[in-house]
Design a protein around this ligand. Sequence first.
Ligand code: BGC
Length: 809
Amino acid sequence: MQTVIKAPNVQLNGPDSVEAVLKELTLEEKLYLLTGGSGFGTCAVERLGIPAAMMVDSAAGINLAQYFGDLYSRIQIREGKPFKSLAGVTNTEETGAMITAISEGRELEGEAAERYQKICKERRKITDVDELPTCFPTGMLLGSTWNPETVEQCGRAVGREARCFGVNILMGSPDANIQRDPRGGRVFECYTEDPCVMSTLAPAMVRGVQSEGVFANAKHFAANNQETARLKINETISERALREIYFPGFRACVEQSGLKTIMCAYNHINGVGCSMNRWLLRDVLRGEWGFKGMVMSDWGGVYDQVQAVRAGNDLDMPGVRDMAPVREALENGQLSMEEVDFCVRNILTSLAENPSLQDPSRKKLDKCFSAEAAYHAAVEGFVLLKNDGALPLREPCKLALFGEGCKQFITTSRQSSRVFSYKQPRLLEELETRLGKDNVRFEEFPTHADAVLITVQSLGTEGKDRPDLQIDAEQREMLERGLDAARRAGAPAILLLNIAAPIDISSYVERVDAIIAVYYPGIEGARALADVLLGKISPSGHLSITYPRRVEDCPAYGFFPGASYSALYNEDIYVGYRYYDLKDVSPLYPFGHGLSYTTFALSNARLDVAQVNQDFASGCTLYVDIENTGDCDAKAVVQVYLHHASNVLPRPVRELKAFQKPFLRKGEKRTLSFRLSIEQLAAFDPRFHQWIAEPGEYVLEAGFSSRDLRVRTALQVSGHTPYDYGKHTPLRQIAANPAAYAALLENFAPFDVTRGDFEDCLKYFPDKELGVIVQELLVNKHLSGDDPKLCAAISQIYDELKNMQPVLC
Ligand code: BGC
């Protein structure tokens, strides 16, 4: 690197040393630290003991192609070679092919063999592990578990693997983006369409990963909801939708779990690219939520290096990037050294705090620990969408299987979420082992079968959205063959959905006897599914995304994925079930839906208090009794929805506010309690930059899906809000209440402000706020704002108005 200056024993050896190291750094070193040191790593400055952190993606486990790519790019950089090919930015195809060849026992030849040797040597510098990692279920399945403990356990397992491999930051742990539209190419990486589910599960992943001494990374901040034109798309989104729908998952990771790193999204929000968005990064993330970690860009997501530093995008990935624009901006005064130091300090602190960098001692891979975490997540995430009694299967049984997916489930997409694992989920093999080879047939028309299992697959693709929700033609053809086989054998047809996200199965629902959404189930997917199919365990996954009847019903249909690099978020806060409920559109399967092998009953919803003051520190506890009324032990997902008919801000018909997943033995009865804070009941009003819980009635309903609500109760909230009459009240709202309007006229009459003046204003500017109107009238009438009589009259008006109930208009 650059000229080495002798440092007086200053070393980065913990957070307390950061300021001293910062002082020691030369400008060139600072600039060097602001970008990556390789394809997937930060820069090291040896003389000051600054280590390089390695980061790889982890949507379904450790991305070994990136890991290999980074090791190779380190070698190339050390050898002074420009790093292209293997270490190319995100081009991990070559390392991927290398890993595939090795794991299939094929010999590498020539240059590839030489590279592989070099990579292995480099790898041995940081780890003793030379096995392949675990592939875990992806976000779509984790979301369907509705179980933060399960998600946390997966986080712990993948974090532990990272520690063994010598990886310091796990990117995308979690992908906290909301599933705005099922056509999104990366919907399978994300958990849900709902901010409450997201805010419960995403921080659990962070907790798990970070408990192993590795830093988690939430991506892509914020509103990264489509792949079409992903680098250029400008999304027009209201602040309310950002605050109520797209931000809460990220916020929860910061506030609840002390998230250590965050990755900015590629997209622009209201005109500003996320890495260059000071409001997003400095005001909201750091200022409001108190984020103390490191912000990094998505790969190539810094479109203006100077703006990015100014906005607080600490690390510009990938490296190595020429930082000349930042140097120039410093020289010509466009950027201050404080702004550069701010980012460098965050990077240094992050490196100094990272336990896996501070204690890089080697650890052994515990595959069983990971396999168990993957198994439990799969079991808890499979969603039984329909069951006419075909499931569970009763042993002994003869089965016919259709679809390549039965031989091997898809587990990830090919891009950053890719995991080369040591095992594949193979249902056919698993069932052969359990039921005997003779009892399981693949793609044969059996004369006798107890059930026909048909696996339909769909791909999730980073960089590409789906044009529709159609099942591929060749899959449809296979599905028809499977259905035909079932019909001929007089056997029930069971549809298994090995899918990235909802697809259009509406025309098949009536033709099959049972449906299970398996999603991308990880390496233990076949074992877990066999247990569910054979009734060893009851399914307990519930939908964390709505299944539409037709693509045209999707909330963003018509504006997704936008055109001419512009995406209008016209559906606003009405994402997912909020839209289906608002428009009274019937979904194929509603949000929250999921069947079990048992039945549950809910009763006796009650609150600890009937009324609370809207002080944000207060809240209430909802109690609901649940009973397992069927004949097997199982887990239930109890969901609590809120309905509030607002006087001012339109609110969704229902919003999920809490949920629990209790395990109940058959016949067991229990009381569940849900604590709800006033803040959870509030809505965000951008006009006041505030979460506001209006006084009034809040109905709480509990049930097993957004369309299966069994019990309800109501809470009264009292108190004042900015909506009470005052400075911010729009004139039309005052005029709607005769008493308020009269008070206004009466108090202004002595100052020659007439009804006519107000009428004019009402006609042309009905939404103008009272405070503004008063100021304008004073100017127009040449009155002095200091006049004591006038001041008294104005405060009198506000006093009188304060005690009146606003009238809806
Ligand atoms: C993806 C990120 C990923 C990064 C590094 C980008 O193209 O959008 O999700 O973490 O590459 O692999």
